[in-house]
Design a protein around this ligand. Structure first.
Ligand code: LLP
Length: 463
């Protein structure tokens, strides 16, 4: 995600964070389709529209900050994943990226399955009509109540994450008179090239059961013995925001290696493998993500090749993209407030949200881009840092970006590619009211998750 060097260098380029010697884009008014939702464009007056709705109308009707989600784009991306993987594979949308009942309905209609990782995500999915057998239930510390709810609802699979859970799920399933379909999540020892906090397949972390030392094989041995469980496959998720397919290649090789061991020891060929999610998206113009059809082709070739080598029937593959579906389909709309030029340094542009609606910059050093969306401007590029209104100096939304030098309080700016892990990780820091999620399509805009109100917060505070 590094930006390229530019010989001329922008004003104040010397203060850009190390390794980021960015150049202003040739045209500050242009909107790179790589990072913006598909229907985003500028109208004749220079106002950005999405789904045929001008952002100025959205701000007027619904206020700012707001997440704006392009339904047509969401459906198109979901469909592209579904089509790319075809009938011999399953696509589970990872609900943790962003989950709401509207989104669950769109997914159900587009033929996707759903991955949830808490009882409340499960409740959301069920309440929006996702059939239970199309739901996978994840988590490294599922409570007994959550397991009971999942088994009772008849979820299609529970992904077992520890030795204790193997026994717990088997016990609960039996007591409910069920045989629960399960996968075992293993850690394959791959170092994914991504931020430490979102890499998940190296061994020194909380998820899964290590392949190393025969632990995964032992978990399989135990699961196969328990009447309450039907072991259908092995699961591996190596991390998030990954561009390089080589990590998946190693993971598939090791998962198939385990399938072969299981066949040799137990005479059982497990019918499924799940390779998790984690495919990267473009947050800035420098990111080059792969298309779903390329990913599907690469993964199925890897698995087929590995299975042929091990003389195994090729199992049914499933994947769990979250970010790659919802990430690019939304942007956050903010109103510009205080503008503070710091001589010789940079200009701080404050918006009416911040780390409470996008924690990713503070938490992962994530990079975003930003654009003036309520009008165009021919003013020269100004190096800015877009910051929030919270009481913390790390409250940064976009670390290094260029906006027109005539930017003024009251202008609307938008940060693209905030569909994933922004609303779902939003907080009430400083008693911020979490922003609404607006859906847009064919000239219409409506609320799918409403803005929190003071009453919402005060109701929780029971004195
Ligand atoms: N499957 C499993 C088992 C997962 O743990 C995750 C993400 C996914 C699928 C979906 O990954 P995706 O395709 O969305 O990358 N908060 C972080 C990301 C945490 C991801 C957690 N697990 C961020 O904002 O980057």
């Amino acid at each position: 995600m590094s930006r390229s060097a530019h010989p001329a260098g922008p004003r104040h380029a010397d203060v850009l964070s190390e390794g980021h010697y960015a150049a202003p884009p040739a045209d500050l008014n242009s909107l790179d389709p790589k990072v913006w939702a598909q229907t985003v464009t500028r109208d004749a007056d220079g106002v950005v529209t999405v789904g045929g709705v001008p952002v100025t109308r959205l701000a007027e009707e619904f206020g700012t900050p707001a997440y704006v989600l392009d339904e047509a784009d969401f459906r198109a991306r979901a469909r592209a994943w579904r089509t790319a993987f075809g009938q011999d594979a399953d696509v589970f949308y990872a609900g943790k990226a962003f989950l709401s009942r509207a989104v669950v309905r769109w997914l159900a209609e587009e033929g996707l399955n759903l991955d949830v990782c808490s009882g409340t995500e499960l409740a959301t999915a069920l309440s929006a009509g996702m059939p239970a057998d199309r739901i996978a239930f994840h988590g490294n510390n599922k409570s007994a109540a959550e397991i009971e709810r999942a088994v009772g609802a008849g979820v299609g699979r529970i992904v077992l994450d520890s030795f204790q859970e193997i026994v717990r799920v088997a016990h609960i399933a039996q007591s409910l008179g069920r045989r629960q379909r399960v996968q075992i999540r293993i850690t394959v020892g791959v170092e994914a090239h991504t931020h430490e906090f979102i890499a998940t397949a190296h061994e020194d972390q909380k998820f899964g059961i290590p392949l190393a030392g025969g632990q995964a094989a032992e978990a399989v041995r135990r699961a196969l013995k328990l009447d309450g469980l039907e072991l259908i496959g092995i699961h591996s998720h190596i991390g998030s925001q990954i561009f390089d397919m080589s990590g998946f290649e190693v993971a598939a090789h090791r998962v198939v290696g385990l399938l072969r061991e299981i066949r040799d020891e137990h005479g059982v060929e497990l019918p499924e493998i799940d390779l998790g999610g984690g495919l990267g998206i473009a947050y800035t113009s420098d990111d080059d993500p792969r298309e779903p059809h390329e990913i599907a082709k690469a993964l199925s070739e890897i698995v087929t090749r590995e299975c042929e080598a091990a003389r195994l029937r090729t199992p049914r593959i499933s994947v769990e993209p979250g970010r790659a579906i919802v990430g690019p389909t939304a942007f956050t709309l903010y109103e510009v407030g205080t503008i503070k030029p710091l001589e010789g340094l940079r200009t701080y542009v404050s918006v009416d949200g911040g780390m409470s609606d996008n924690i990713r910059t503070a938490l992962y050093d994530a990079e975003y881009s930003v654009a003036l969306v309520s009008r165009t401007s021919d003013a020269e590029p100004l190096l800015v840092r877009v910051v929030g209104k919270h009481c913390e100096s790390g409250d940064i939304v976009v670390k290094d970006a260029f906006l027109p030098a005539d930017l003024a309080p009251g202008d609307l700016i938008a940060v693209p590619a905030t569909g994933a892990y922004c609303r779902s990780m939003a907080s009430n820091y400083n008693h911020a009211l979490r922003p609404p999620v607006l859906a847009v399509r064919d000239g219409a805009a409506w609320v799918i998750v409403r803005r929190e109100t003071e009453d919402d917060l005060l109701r929780l505070d029971v004195g």
